[in-house]
Design a protein around this ligand. Structure first.
Ligand SMILES: Cc1ncc(C[n+]2csc(CCOP(=O)(O)OP(=O)(O)O)c2C)c(N)n1
Ligand code: SF4
Ligand SMILES: [Mg+2]
Length: 316
């Protein structure tokens, strides 16, 4: 093989991301929360984001994911501070641009599991187009949107998920624009795994994250996560401890049926929680790996300059 050819790491089965044992015959222990937790989270006391972070640690611990197997990417926002608090490789990137960055990581390092966290503004305002395109390309990653129906970091502006009438610094008389429905948007954009959960139900959040991680494709989770500072009580109707209802996706729902997933997504708030849609189709990762493999076959044995020469010859 020519020196110019970079060997792509093999994709590791997602249900069992594995690293080499510490020594032959010695099983490597999963990380503990202490080993994976970084700085003390700077969120306001009571913020729903704490719960999502704690469950991410639990997932890493439970599934024995080691530092070198995981990447945590985020944009900008309170929720997007996430990678700071995780003691592993991660990126706190540009507002709305977490997904393109994560796409690069996912395509170039198929041995990693890429997790992306962010807010409703990051995902659906400035990052709205990236969301649609990453979903349609079916790039292998898990994207958790911590939806608090408001811009938290910048202190209470209307977000694309704020309900009609919501009073904020940008809508002093109440929001007049119709909110988007993240679940409908994800399904129609082509996401191959679409789930909904709420930070007040920890077991459910963990189950959704696990299922998304095991999915070979673009997995999207809308996780309701209350901003106690600027939208207190937003999700009480979904919280049985506050007199609300936590209604799971009906057991007979066919997750491969796009139309019925879309119908579930249309239910009035608090709606349903669980996996709405799941479908397996080739990922961009798999397709690109195929192209690279076939090109590598054509240039095997050539020196760097000969590969370059071939490109120049084609331009003549
Ligand atoms: C390019 C750019 N535009 C605007 C901002 C200002 N800004 C930072 S975070 C944010 C919105 C945050 O809301 P959301 O994504 O919902 O996250 P939350 O803080 O609610 O978790 C905005 C508008 C920015 N940092 N960069
Ligand atoms: S402002 Fe809201 S979203 Fe941000 S940390 Fe505080 S409670 Fe959480
Ligand atoms: Mg928000």
């Amino acid at each position: 093989m020519s020196e110019a050819i970079v060997e792509l790491p093999e994709r590791v089965p997602q249900s069992g991301i594995a690293a080499a044992p510490v020594a032959p015959g010695v099983e490597r222990k999963g990380l503990t929360k202490k080993e994976i937790a970084a700085d003390h989270p700077t969120w306001c006391p009571g913020c729903g984001d704490f719960s999502v972070l704690a469950l991410y640690f639990k997932l890493i611990e439970k599934r024995k994911i080691w530092h070198e197997n995981i990447t945590t990417v985020a944009g900008i926002g309170c929720s997007s501070r996430f990678p700071y608090f995780v003691q592993a490789h991660g990126v706190h990137y540009i507002h709305g641009r977490a997904l393109p960055f994560a796409t690069g990581v996912s395509l170039s390092r198929p041995d990693l599991h890429v997790f992306v966290f962010g807010g409703d503004g990051d995902a659906f305002s400035i990052g709205g187009n990236h969301f649609n395109h990453t979903a349609r390309k079916n790039v292998k990653m898990t994207y958790v949107v911590m939806d608090n129906w408001v811009y938290g970091l910048t202190k209470k502006q209307t977000s694309p998920t704020s309900p009609l009438g919501f009073k904020s610094k940008t809508d002093q008389w109440g929001a007049v624009d119709y909110p988007i429905n993240p679940m409908k948007q994800a399904i129609s954009a082509g996401a191959t795994f679409v789930a909904r959960t709420t930070s007040t139900n920890p077991n459910h959040v963990l189950a959704m994250m696990e299922a998304a991680m095991d999915h070979d494709g673009f997995g999207f989770i809308e996780c309701l996560s209350e901003c106690v500072e600027f939208y207190e009580g937003a999700f009480d109707a979904a919280n049985p401890r506050k007199g609300g209802v936590f209604r799971e996706v009906p057991k007979d729902h066919d997750v491969t049926d796009e139309l019925s997933a879309y119908k579930l997504a249309g239910a009035d708030f608090p709606g349903y929680f669980g996996i709405f849609y799941k479908n397996l189709k080739p990922t961009k990762n798999a397709k690109e790996a195929e192209i690279i493999k076939s090109y590598q076959g054509k240039v095997t044995g050539l020196k760097d300059w000969q590969i370059l020469q071939k490109s120049f010859d084609r331009m003549k």
